[in-house]
Design a protein around this ligand. Structure first.
Ligand code: ADP
Ligand code: ADP
Length: 230
C-alpha cells in the first residue's frame, strides 16, 4: 500500500488582486520504504508540497492520503496527532531547543504520546545510540558540531517510530564531508529500518543518494524518475 498519495493537489495564494498557484495539480504516490528527492528551482512549489504532505498546511483543492488516512477535513487536533504519529521532520537549521540536552531534545516529540517516562528515555537512548551519539546525550546543541546536531535531529525524528521522514535541505548548513556522512546515515536508515524518506535538495550530489527524483517546475511535476546507481 502507498504510504502517501496525493491526487490533483492545488495550493493557490491570493495576494491582493492576483493569485499565485504554488501547486498546480500534483498527483504522486510514494510507497513505504522509498527514498525520494524533491528538486526544482526556487519558487517551484517544493516547500509548499512538503508542507502539505507534512500536514503543516492544507491544500486549496485535491486529496491527500497518508498511510491510508484521508488528511483533508481533519480537525487541528487530529492533524497534530497524525503529524506526531506518522512524520519525523528534519530541517536545514536543525531546529533543536537550545539549553536542552540532546537526550531531552530527542524525547520531546514523545511527550505527546502515552509513553511512560522510562519508555521515552529508553527509546531516546536507543535512537541516539543508533546515530552514534551515545556519549553526547547530556550535551546541549551549542556543544555539538553541525553534523552531530543534525544527527540529534534525525534521532528525534526516529524516536517516535514514524514511518515517514521529511527532510528539508538537511545538509544545507553542513560542509561536504559532514553532508556525505549525513546522507550515508539516511541511506542506511532507509535500507535497514525501511523508513520512507522524502527530502528537498538543490544539490545533484545529495539527490544522488536517493532512489527517485521528482522535479518540480511552476507548481507541477516536471519529471519523476528512478535514480540509476552506477
Ligand atoms: P526556498 O526556496 O529556500 O525553499 P522559501 O520557501 O523560503 O525558500 O521561499 C520560496 C519562495 O516563496 C520565495 O520566492 C519567497 O519569496 C516565497 N514566499 C515564501 N513565503 C512567502 C509568503 N509568506 N508570502 C509570499 N511569498 C512567500
Ligand atoms: P520552493 O520551495 O520550490 O522555493 P515554494 O513552495 O516556497 O517554492 O513557493 C511556490 C510559490 O508559491 C512561489 O511563487 C511563492 O512565491 C509562492 N508562495 C509560497 N508561500 C506563499 C505564501 N505563504 N503566500 C503567498 N505566496 C506564497
Amino acid at each position: 500500500m502507498a504510504l502517501l498519495e496525493t491526487k490533483d493537489l492545488y495550493k493557490i495564494y491570493e495576494i491582493g488582486d492576483h493569485t499565485v498557484t504554488a501547486l498546480d495539480g500534483v498527483s504522486v504516490t510514494i510507497d513505504r520504504g522509498e527514498f525520494v528527492a524533491i528538486m526544482g528551482p526556487s519558487g517551484s512549489g517544493k516547500s509548499t508540497f512538503m508542507n502539505v504532505i507534512g500536514c503543516l498546511d492544507e491544500p486549496t483543492k485535491g486529496r491527500y492520503l497518508l498511510d491510508g488516512i484521508e488528511v483533508g477535513g481533519l480537525t487541528r487536533d487530529e492533524l497534530a496527532e497524525i503529524r506526531n504519529r506518522k512524520i519525523g521532520f528534519v530541517f536545514q537549521g536543525f531546529n533543536l531547543l537550545p539549553r536542552t540536552s540532546a537526550l531531552e531534545n530527542v524525547e520531546l516529540p514523545m511527550l505527546y504520546n502515552n509513553l511512560s517516562a522510562t519508555e521515552r528515555r529508553r527509546r531516546a537512548l536507543a535512537a541516539l545510540k543508533m546515530l552514534g551519539l551515545e556519549d553526547r546525550e547530556h550535551h546541549a546543541p551549542n556543544q555539538l558540531s553541525g553534523g552531530q546536531q543534525q544527527r540529534v535531529a534525525i534521532a528525534r525524528a526516529l524516536a517516535n517510530d514514524a514511518p515517514l521522514l521529511l527532510a528539508d535541505e538537511p545538509t544545507g548548513n553542513l560542509d561536504t564531508k559532514t553532508s556525505i556522512e549525513i546522507m550515508e546515515l539516511l541511506t542506511r536508515l532507509n535500507s535497514e529500518s525501511r523508513i520512507t524518506i522524502v527530502l528537498v535538495t538543490h544539490e545533484p550530489d545529495i539527490a544522488a543518494y536517493s532512489r527517485r527524483i521528482i522535479r518540480f517546475r511552476d507548481g507541477r511535476i516536471l519529471r519523476d524518475e528512478a535514480v540509476v546507481k552506477s
